[in-house]
Write a protein that binds this ligand. Structure first.
Ligand code: ZN
Length: 425
């Protein structure tokens, strides 16, 4: 009897001395053979006065779902919990164990396993199926974790990065990252000004004064928000975003110019099929070896193609050189050249003109972006990861679930709260 109990306990990895196994058998329930282990949970002393003078008052039987290696063979522990009446303090109590929580019939071992599975890139349905649980149970385990990324209201990282990503219901959510450690500071439900202000005003003024730079892109009101929230912060416009705006402006003018020509014309072909060459750095274009291009029925070098294409329109040519010079200046961190370019009065396309105006409007931010080593590059990695999390789940309808899942998969829990498997407590 004793050796049977020890064997089962060793097999199931249960160490609670108050649990005593008596029997095991197979039972057919709902189309599956369950391995059922029968056990008694002993109440050794009164939990209120620790007296041993107890009167036994029957059992409460609970079928506890336990972990199993094979999902087609579920394991159930039929646990008979002793109920006792204390002869000293006259209080009633029922035996409890850390195998399973009170009022619960899913073992804590199963919950821990589900939590571990939630840190991987897997859908909740697949986790539920593997552990013979319902999806709702998996969601409840998920909900037992906190959705807060950053809880210290007395300090903020020195370098922040702002951006947004598409999430629940195709809405854009605001995301803020620590520029140095690349940890998520916070994700907000919307990217609107009131919500961002509301969140950051929770921090003490001292904490907000700690922020030295805020990296952001240009298409939003983030500069206004940042100036209001962080008195000592420099605004840094992301340089990759600047390049993107310049490239887009050039491309739109290229397409416009292209459409002025007939489809069979040489100009049309020059501007259409070789579009990638225009976006390459001018220094990187091949200027030596000509190749035969069947579009033009001619031997041309890459440089030749680009220059011929630019000859179609004077504005296009100017726009091209603004784009190229700007990119070179960004690469060389050449502030003088940037200032010169922003003030040049060449005729450029409408959209490029608009882009340059926007740059002038955020003059300091642009110059900071060129001289600073911080950028929004780190956010791209995090956004990609979030996209993958959403994809695996075929999208989330609950914003909080999405946040917790991002947090779990970012492994923040492992680093900050080694005892987050506190479901046991
Ligand atoms: Zn008692």
């Amino acid at each position: 009897m004793s050796s049977n109990n020890d064997c089962i306990k060793f097999h199931l990895n249960i160490e609670d001395p108050n649990i005593v196994f008596s029997d095991y058998f197979k039972k057919y329930i709902n189309g599956k053979y369950h391995s059922v282990y029968q056990a008694e949970l002993i109440q050794p002393a009164c939990p209120y006065c620790h007296s041993n003078n107890l009167k036994h008052n029957g059992h409460y039987t609970s079928n506890v779902r336990f972990i199993t290696a094979d999902a087609s063979h579920p394991v159930t522990i039929r646990l008979k919990k002793q109920r006792v009446l204390c002869n000293d303090c006259l209080k009633r109590s029922m035996a409890q164990s850390n195998l399973v929580n009170k009022y619960c019939h899913i073992s804590n071992a199963s919950k821990r396993k589900v939590l571990a599975a939630l840190t991987e890139d897997r859908s909740m349905t697949s986790i539920a199926r593997e552990h013979n649980l319902s999806v709702n149970t998996v969601q409840r385990v998920l909900e037992s974790c906190s959705s807060k990324f950053y809880d210290d209201l007395d300090q903020l990282p020195e370098h922040l990065a702002f951006d947004e990503f598409k999430g629940v219901g195709k809405k854009l959510h605001f995301i803020c990252l620590d520029g140095d450690s690349h940890q998520v500071v916070q994700i907000l439900r919307t990217r609107f000004k009131p919500e961002i202000l509301h969140y950051f005003y929770k921090f003490t003024p001292k904490a907000r004064a700690m922020v030295k730079t805020v990296t952001m892109d240009l298409n939003c009101y983030y500069p206004i928000v940042a100036r209001e929230l962080f008195p000592n912060a420099q605004i840094v416009i992301d340089r990759f975003h600047m390049v993107q705006m310049l490239t887009r402006s050039f491309n739109s003018l290229r397409v416009q110019t292209m459409k002025q020509f007939k489809k069979q014309s040489r100009e049309y072909k020059l501007l259409k099929s070789t579009w990638k060459l225009y976006l390459m750095k001018y220094d990187k274009l091949n200027k030596q070896t000509p190749y035969y291009d069947w579009h033009f029925k001619d031997y041309l070098t890459q440089e030749h193609v680009v220059l011929d294409g630019l000859d179609c329109n004077k504005d296009l040519e100017n726009t091209y050189w603004v784009m190229q010079d700007f990119r070179t200046a960004i690469k060389n961190k050449d502030e003088k050249q940037i200032i010169h370019l922003l003030h040049s009065k060449q005729a450029v396309g409408k959209q490029m003109h608009q882009t340059l105006l926007t740059f002038k409007h955020n003059y300091t931010g642009i110059l900071n972006g060129i001289s600073s080593s911080y950028s929004n590059g780190c956010l791209e990695g995090v956004n990609r990861k979030i996209k993958q999390i959403e994809r695996t789940a075929y999208g989330y309808s609950n914003f909080r679930h999405l946040l917790i899942r991002i947090r779990l998969e970012e492994n923040i829990i492992k680093q900050k709260e080694p005892n987050n498997y506190s479901l046991v407590a």
